[in-house]
Every structure is written in structure tokens, then in C-alpha cells.
Design a protein around this ligand. Structure first.
Ligand code: NAD
Length: 340
């Protein structure tokens, strides 16, 4: 039997607890050796909920724990790049939540530290592990829908996150659209140019925090295909997650997921319940599959399925989207490469 992988986790908030649940309840080949969080109460509550024996006083102490083979970085976005560098220097393999950072120079420093240390790094683009998205990708790869011409991603949250979260998130393009940029690459390959039309239509406080809450981004792919991403921070009917790839020989389309498959009909209408409300319900299987994939790669030594470069390119796209929105013009991605 392969030895058990010992894991440490930093950041026991929303997503940290999702991963703790997967590791402690579904992955016998991994063991959660310790957790830490600047909010010690949050760490203590998570440790109790998931039966974790050790709470490290801080991240440095977690990294100093010789039992730990790999860390999961689930703390706020503005900690990720620094925490990757520290983990790499401590010789730990790393799973890091998206995005690595909003700043490309910080990402490059983190990726260099990983390379220099020779540790493995996986970025948490969980939607690649969703069964619907994988089936659409398979339809593209197999030629079932011919040559892809159009991509449409509708990605709307049920409600905006708290302002405290927004302020350290990097903004909507870096925090939310980042998943859709990754999905666009996952399905149709590299994007060469994009144009972002965006605004503040939901809450003026989001605008005062320097962010937007509504956007449509048009994409041009290296293949010649074109696409759109449609984002809102507030869909009153719940989490709206739909993807369509239209090609020369057909179309592959995924709809929202629901708690049940029942429709009710009466004299007035045909109706059904709302879509699953948010990411923790809609994407739970994908989170479980991504952590299982991470642990499997640690066990086998296989390359990680979502690499540091896969983490970097969507941030480049988000940077282009921000510039496009600010300057109200299409932005080529290679324009940013020559910025240095
Ligand atoms: N892949 C996904 O679908 C997904 C979903 C949600 C969040 N995320 C990402 O995960 C990260 C956390 O998001 P969340 O929603 O869980 O946020 P959260 O605010 O619920 O939790 C973050 C936790 O990190 C802790 N923390 C912050 N700074 C720290 C530090 N310096 N040291 C130790 N702990 C620290 C906080 O106390 C908090 O408990 C963000 O980067 C976010 O983008 C990814």
C-alpha cells in the first residue's frame, strides 16, 4: 500500500472547509495533519468539525512541521503568492486556490520559487473537474461537434460577496471571471484578444470599492473561434452556470443543475425549483475530484493537472480585461507581454 500523504491546510474559511471535508471524509490515502488560520477561532471550529488533532499557531509553524508533505493554501487571495514561496522553500508540495495573485510579477516570483525547489504545484480551477464541462471538452476533442466556432459562458453568482472579501479579492475579473477565463482556455485553447464591457449595476458600494459587478467579455481565440463571457454578481434566481460550444457539426451545451428533476404543471404555468444556490452545492463533486486528483499526483508523482502556468494565464486575461474596461478598447494579450 502506498504511504499516506500528510497534508496541512491554511485558511479554514468557506473553501478551506470544503477541502477539509473531502480530505477527512473521502480520501483515505491522505491525512490532515494540521490546520492554521489567522482567525484561531475559525481554525479551532474547523479542527473540531473535521477531527483534526493539531492546530498550528501560524503558517510558518505549519511549514516547520516535518510530518507534512504538502500544503493547501485556502487563505485570502492576497496571501497566496507569498505562501507559495514559503511553502516551496520549505520543500512542501502545494495546492493553491485561485487566483495565485492579481499581480503578474508576484505570480512569476511564486512560480520561480516552485521551479527552484522542484516541488509540485496545482491551482484550484475546480470547474475543469465538473462532469458537464468535461463532457463538453470531450465533445470538442473528439470532433463530435466539428470545428468549434463559438463559445458562450454564462456565469452569474446569486449574490455579491461581503465588501471585506471584495477588497482583498483583486476585483471581479480576478476573483470571479478568472474561472471563466480558465474554462475558455480549457475548452477552446488560448485567447489572443479580448474586450470587456462592464459596469456597476447592482450595488454602488462595489463601485466605491473600485470594482464592477456586471460584465460581458468578448474573446478571440488563436484558432479563430470567438466567444463571450457573461458575468453578474447577483442573479436573484440562484447560481447561473451555463456553457455552450457551437461548432461546424453541432453544439454542446450544459444547463444549470437542480436539487431535483421535477417540473410542476397547473392551469397557470409549468414550473420547477431554482438552480442549486451557489458554488458549494453546484460544484461540490468538482471540488472533491480536484483534491482527489491532487493527492493522486502526490502519490504517483504524475504531473499536476492544473499547473502554475494554467494559474498565470487567466490572470493575464483578467489584467487585459481590466485594461480593456478602463480604456474602453479591445486588448491583445501580447500587448501585456511586452509591458515587461
Ligand atoms: N475555487 C473556487 O471555486 C473558490 C471558491 C471560493 C473561494 N476561493 C478562493 O479561496 C480563497 C479563500 O476564499 P474563501 O471564500 O474561503 O474566503 P473566507 O474569507 O471564507 O476564508 C479565508 C480564510 O483565510 C484566513 N486568512 C486570511 N489571511 C490569512 C493569513 N495571513 N494566514 C492564515 N489565514 C488567513 C481567514 O481568516 C479566513 O478564515 C480566495 O483566494 C478565493 O478566491 C476559490
Amino acid at each position: 500500500m502506498a504511504p499516506q500523504i500528510q497534508l496541512g491546510l491554511v485558511g479554514t474559511g468557506r473553501i478551506g472547509r470544503v477541502h477539509l471535508q473531502t480530505i477527512t471524509q473521502r480520501l483515505p490515502q491522505a491525512r490532515l495533519a494540521a490546520v492554521t488560520d489567522v482567525n484561531q477561532q475559525a481554525a479551532a471550529a474547523a479542527a473540531e468539525a473535521f477531527g483534526i488533532a493539531h492546530i498550528a499557531p501560524d503558517y510558518d509553524a505549519l511549514l516547520a512541521d516535518d510530518r507534512i508533505d504538502a500544503v493547501l493554501i485556502c487563505s485570502a487571495t492576497d496571501t497566496h503568492a507569498d505562501f507559495i514561496i514559503k511553502a516551496a522553500r520549505a520543500g512542501k508540495h502545494i495546492f493553491c486556490e485561485k487566483p495565485i495573485a492579481a499581480d503578474l510579477a508576484q505570480i512569476d516570483a511564486a512560480l520561480q520559487a516552485v521551479e527552484a525547489a522542484g516541488v509540485q504545484l496545482m491551482i484550484g480551477f475546480n470547474r475543469r473537474f465538473d462532469a458537464n464541462h468535461q463532457r463538453i471538452r470531450a465533445a470538442v476533442d473528439s470532433g463530435e461537434i466539428g470545428t468549434p466556432h463559438l463559445l458562450h459562458i454564462i456565469s452569474r453568482d446569486p449574490s455579491p460577496p461581503p465588501l471585506d472579501y471584495l477588497r482583498v479579492s483583486g476585483g471581479m475579473f480576478f476573483d470571479m471571471t478568472i474561472h471563466d477565463f480558465d474554462m475558455a482556455r480549457f475548452l477552446l485553447g488560448e485567447v489572443t484578444e479580448l474586450y470587456a464591457a462592464a459596469g456597476v449595476l447592482i450595488d454602488p458600494a462595489i463601485g466605491e470599492a473600485g470594482d464592477v459587478d456586471t460584465a460581458v467579455i468578448t474573446l478571440k481565440f488563436a484558432s479563430g473561434a470567438v466567444g463571450t463571457i457573461d458575468n453578474s454578481r447577483q442573479a436573484v434566481y440562484g447560481y447561473d452556470q451555463r456553457v455552450e460550444v457551437f461548432g461546424s457539426a453541432g453544439v454542446a451545451r450544459s444547463d444549470n443543475l437542480f436539487a431535483d428533476a421535477v417540473t410542476l404543471s397547473n392551469r397557470i404555468s409549468v414550473y420547477r425549483g431554482l438552480p442549486l444556490n451557489f458554488f458549494m452545492e453546484r460544484y461540490i463533486s468538482s471540488y472533491q475530484a480536484e483534491i482527489a486528483a491532487f493527492v493522486a499526483c502526490l502519490v504517483t508523482g504524475q504531473p499536476m493537472p492544473v499547473t502554475g502556468i494554467d494559474g498565470r494565464i487567466p490572470v493575464l486575461m483578467a489584467t487585459a480585461a481590466r485594461r480593456s474596461y478602463q480604456e474602453n478598447r479591445p486588448v491583445r494579450l501580447d500587448e501585456l507581454l511586452t509591458d515587461g
